[in-house]
Design a protein around this ligand. Structure first.
Ligand SMILES: Cc1ncc(COP(=O)(O)O)c(C=O)c1O
Length: 417
C-alpha cells in the first residue's frame, strides 16, 4: 500500500503551469527517472535469479520511439515484444535490434507474417493454422507457440488473456501437435510462450503460472525429444492503480519463480533462457496525463469537464479502470465534493472518473491523471475529430517534446479533399 511515487512532483505548480504554457493540454508527461528505476529494479531481479534471461519491452504499452530509445540507452540488452508491423517499425527506429524481438501476432494476415519473417525476430505463433500460413512464405529456423494453459488472470476480465474464453494461444491439449508439425517442416529451434493476463498484483499467481508453463514445456520436450531455447512467461507484472493496491516485490517474485524453474531444469547453464515481455511495469507509473478543467456543471450529478476524455485515455471507458486523479498544486486538498470527471466527447461513457471524491476546482485549473504511461497514448484515438495530445519526456526537470500535438489538418492528411 503506497502513495504514488510522483505525488510530491504534483505540488510543483509552476512546473506544470510552464508545461501547459509551452506545450498545451492535454499532454502526456513521462518522468525519465521513474522509467530508469523501473527498468533497473526489474533487470536486477531477473538477472540475479536467472542464469540466462531476456527482457522484451512490450511495445503495445507505448510505442513512442524516443521513449523506447531512452529505455534502450539505460538498458542496452533490451529487446522488444511486437505485435504488428507498426510495432516492428517502432522498435527498429528506436535502435532495438529486431533479432532481439519476439513477434506475437494473432490471426495474422500473410502480410503480417511476411513482415515478421523479414524482420528476423522470433516469430511466436498463436495457432497451428498460423504455422501453415507461415510455411507458405518460408521456413524460419526458430519459432515459438503461444500456449493457453487453460487459466489466466488479469486485473479485469477484458485483460485476462488465457482460459477458455480467451481468443489467444493454443490450448495445452493441442500444443504437442503444433510443435510436431513445426518439427516435421524442418524448424529445429524452439521457444514456448505464454501470456495469461495483464495487471496482476498477486505474487503467488506467478508461481502457479510458471509451474503450469514448465509442466507443459517438459511434456513437449519429452514427447518430441528436443529442449526449448527459451520460455517466455509474457508480461502481466502489475502496478498499483489505487493507493490501497499492494506493490509487487519483484525481487521476491523472480527468486520464487527461479526456484521452481530450476527444479525442472537443474543444470542452470543448460536450462532454457527465461524471457519476459513487460509493458506496464516499465512505463505505466512513469506517465501523467496533464489536463485543464474546461467547464463545471451541476446537473443531477456534478461534472468536472476537462480537455482530456475517453479519446485521450481509453482505460476508464474501456475497462471501467480506476485512475488516480489529483488537482495540481493541491494534492492533499480537502475532498469536498463527489463528481464525475469527463471529457468533451459525445458519448455518455466518456468518463475519467465516476462518483469520485474530489477537491474544489475551477475552470483552467490543472489536473493530473496518474499511471497513464502504459496503454494511455497507445490506445488514444481521434473520435469526434479530436487531435491526439502531445507527449513530453522529463529528464530531471528538463522537458523535451517527443511527439507534437496533432493538428486538425493532420487528421485529414490522408483524405482526398
Ligand atoms: C503477448 C503480450 N506480451 C506482453 C504484454 C504486456 O503486458 P503488460 O503490459 O501487462 O506487462 C501483452 C499485453 O497485452 C501481450 O499481449
Amino acid at each position: 500500500m503506497s502513495k504514488h511515487p510522483l505525488l510530491p512532483t504534483l505540488n510543483e505548480i509552476s512546473l506544470f503551469e510552464s508545461l501547459k504554457n509551452e506545450f498545451g493540454t492535454p499532454s502526456y508527461i513521462y518522468f525519465g527517472d521513474r522509467i530508469k528505476s523501473n527498468l533497473s529494479r526489474l533487470n536486477k531481479a531477473i538477472t540475479s535469479h536467472f542464469h540466462t534471461s531476456h527482457v522484451c519491452y512490450a511495445l503495445k504499452a507505448n510505442t513512442n520511439p524516443h521513449l523506447i530509445s531512452f529505455m534502450k540507452q539505460h538498458l542496452p540488452t533490451l529487446g522488444g515484444d511486437c505485435s504488428s508491423p507498426g510495432e516492428l517499425f517502432a522498435a527498429q527506429s528506436s535502435g532495438i535490434d529486431l533479432k532481439e524481438c519476439i513477434y506475437t501476432g494473432n490471426y495474422e494476415s500473410t502480410d503480417d507474417l511476411i513482415a515478421a519473417m523479414d524482420s528476423g525476430s522470433t516469430i511466436n505463433l498463436d495457432d497451428q493454422s498460423s504455422l501453415d500460413r507461415l510455411l507458405k512464405i518460408g521456413t524460419p529456423n526458430k519459432i515459438s507457440f503461444r500456449v493457453n494453459p487453460g487459466f489466466g488472470k488479469g486485473r479485469f476480465s477484458q485483460i485476462t488473456t488465457a482460459g477458455d474464453k480467451a481468443k489467444f494461444g493454443i490450448p495445452k491439449e493441442s500444443i504437442v501437435d503444433a510443435y510436431r508439425a513445426a518439427q516435421k517442416s524442418g524448424i529445429n529451434q524452439f521457444g514456448l510462450q505464454c501470456m495469461a493476463g495483464s495487471g496482476v498484483l498477486d505474487q503467488t499467481y506467478f508461481d502457479t503460472l510458471i509451474t503450469a508453463i514448465l509442466e507443459i514445456a517438459r511434456n513437449i520436450e519429452l514427447e518430441l525429444d528436443f529442449q526449448f531455447e527459451f520460455i517466455s512467461m509474457g508480461g502481466g507484472f502489475g502496478i498499483p492503480y489505487h493507493d490501497e493496491d499492494p506493490e509487487l516485490d519483484i525481487d521476491a517474485l523472480f527468486k520464487s519463480i527461479s526456484n521452481i524453474f530450476y527444479s525442472y531444469y537443474p543444470d542452470r547453464k543448460k536450462a532454457p533462457a527465461l524471457w519476459i515481455e513487460p509493458g506496464k511495469y516499465i512505463i505505466g507509473d512513469a506517465g501523467v496525463l496533464l489536463a485543464s478543467v474546461t467547464g463545471i456543471k451541476k446537473s443531477y450529478k456534478t461534472f468536472i469537464g476537462t480537455d482530456a476524455g475517453m479519446e485521450t485515455l481509453m482505460r476508464p471507458a474501456l475497462y471501467n479502470a480506476y485512475q488516480r486523479i489529483y488537482k495540481i498544486g493541491e494534492v492533499e486538498a480537502k475532498l469536498s465534493q463527489t463528481v464525475d470527471i469527463t471529457g468533451r466527447i459525445c458519448e455518455n461513457t466518456d468518463r475519467l472518473a465516476v462518483d469520485r471524491l474530489f477537491p474544489f476546482v475551477k475552470e483552467n485549473d490543472l489536473l493530473a491523471v496518474m499511471d497513464v504511461g502504459a496503454y494511455g497514448f497507445s490506445m488514444s484515438h481521434q473520435f469526434n475529430n479530436r487531435p491526439r495530445p502531445a507527449e513530453i519526456l522529463m529528464e530531471g526537470f528538463i522537458p523535451r517534446l517527443i511527439r507534437r500535438r496533432e493538428t486538425i489538418k493532420d487528421l485529414f492528411k490522408t483524405c482526398e479533399i
